[in-house]
Design a protein around this ligand. Structure first.
Ligand SMILES: [Zn+2]
Length: 415
């Protein structure tokens, strides 16, 4: 097992480098500062003895750990992202290490009175007695997904230092801009050359995910007619009221705040308007493909129905598909999930298999021809000041990567 100190030092050296991505940039990487960590990762991969270490013009990093066995084994990969969320500052991250956590409140910041408390974040209680890394309350931590990077590099180093553990060829991929939904966009699946891969980007210990939302966005434009309110009878058309009718005609309980597990929703995320013109922005989410299509149809039907009440078109809708549930691509190759599950069980980690209420880069990669379930990286409360990661969880994720490599090798030996 790799010592906690090595993991802590490695992880902290990554989170100290600000790599926040920017959705408003069209460059790749979206921010120049992501190069700072990318270049460091390249030299580190070389330093631990990885082969074919390459970084392309968009800062996508790939490297190889050659096989150490004679029999043929499919090439597998491990992927994580080095950017952090634009939702919260990642500048000057000042980590705090809490050893032997006692299960009580953690004072993150005395001056600002910011407390990480198990009263709000009950998951903390699972980690009594463990070593936690937290923020100082003013930034995010960046465990999403620098914990994943720490785990992959540490697992590769472990395999290099322990050549008696059999494994096939392993590919490693680190990407920019996952947090703005573009981590997979410029990922060269052919060059990566793996039969399948795992993103190390989940949350708590045991998480194993191969199902995510089908996702679309919808923009609704309502066109009214402004007339002097004193002379408006039978003339004015108030676009705000039409928008309100639209909003109220969608099922009120099928919203993020009223749904969980596999329940889908409509989410009204923005509204701007006056009498003349109102715009609504929605996102549509559903794990089930048919339900997902039905949701889009429901919105379109509603638009036609409202229009039929007026002499001219008053409302328009534009729906754009965003990403799809990877389940469709994983089910035909379920053995790749089984291997991960087997690895966890062999390490006494209880696999938690549940649908993601969101998307992952793995979903996009799965549709690009690289089936890619998601495995826990260990952190909690991503994208904010309460983010933390237990070092023991990082340690377990390293062990899972090593075990997956070993089990894959064994599995193909039997054939
Ligand atoms: Zn992530």
């Amino acid at each position: 097992m790799i010592s906690k100190d090595v993991l802590i030092n490695r992880f902290i050296s990554y989170i100290k480098i600000d790599t926040q991505s920017d959705p408003n940039s069209s460059e790749t990487p979206s921010t120049k500062k992501q190069w700072n960590l990318a270049n460091k990762l390249v030299s580190e991969l070389k330093q631990i003895g990885m082969q074919d270490v390459e970084i392309d013009e968009n800062a996508y990093i790939m490297a190889t750990l050659p096989a150490n066995i004679a029999h043929k084994v499919p090439v597998i990969g491990f992927i994580s992202h080095f950017d952090t969320s634009p939702d919260f500052s990642g500048t000057d991250v000042n980590p705090q290490i809490i050893e032997n956590y006692d299960g009580k409140d953690i004072l993150l910041n005395k001056e600002l009175d910011i407390v990480l408390s198990p009263n709000y974040f009950e998951d903390l209680l699972q980690y009594k007695g463990q070593t936690l890394i937290t923020t100082d309350g003013t930034t995010l931590l960046g465990a999403d997904d620098k914990a994943g990077i720490t785990e992959i590099i540490s697992a590769m180093e472990y395999l290099i230092n322990n050549p008696d553990i059999p494994h096939g060829k392993i590919r490693v991929g680190f990407t920019p801009d996952e947090e703005i939904g573009r981590g997979a966009h410029k990922f060269d699946v052919d060059k990566f050359g793996a039969k399948w891969a795992y993103t190390m980007d989940g949350s708590q210990v045991g998480e194993l995910e191969f199902e995510n939302f089908n996702a679309a966005s919808a923009k609704i434009y309502v066109k009214g007619k402004m007339v002097h309110p004193g002379y408006a009878k039978d003339k004015m058309i108030n676009s705000i009221y039409i928008a309100q009718d639209f909003i109220n005609s969608l099922p009120r309980l099928e919203t993020p705040e009223h749904t969980e597990d596999r329940q889908g929703f409509f989410h009204l995320s923005d509204i701007q308007g006056d009498v003349e013109e109102t715009q609504l922005e929605y996102i549509i989410r559903d794990h089930d493909k048919e339900h997902f299509e039905a949701r889009k149809d429901m919105m379109r039907d509603l638009v036609s129905e409202i229009n039929s009440q007026y002499e001219r078109e008053v409302i328009k809708i534009e729906i754009k598909d965003q990403y799809s549930n990877m389940r469709e691509k994983i089910e035909p190759v379920m053995h790749i999930v089984d291997i991960a599950e087997k690895a966890m069980k062999a390490l006494n980690i209880l696999p938690i298999i549940k649908p993601i209420r969101g998307g992952t880069d793995g979903a996009q990669l799965s549709y690009m021809g690289l089936p890619c379930p998601n495995i826990f990286a260990g952190g909690h409360n991503f994208h904010g000041r309460y983010e933390y990661v237990p070092v023991e969880s990082i340690q377990k994720a390293v062990a899972v990567i090593v075990k997956i490599a070993e089990i894959t090798s064994e599995k193909y030996k039997e054939r």
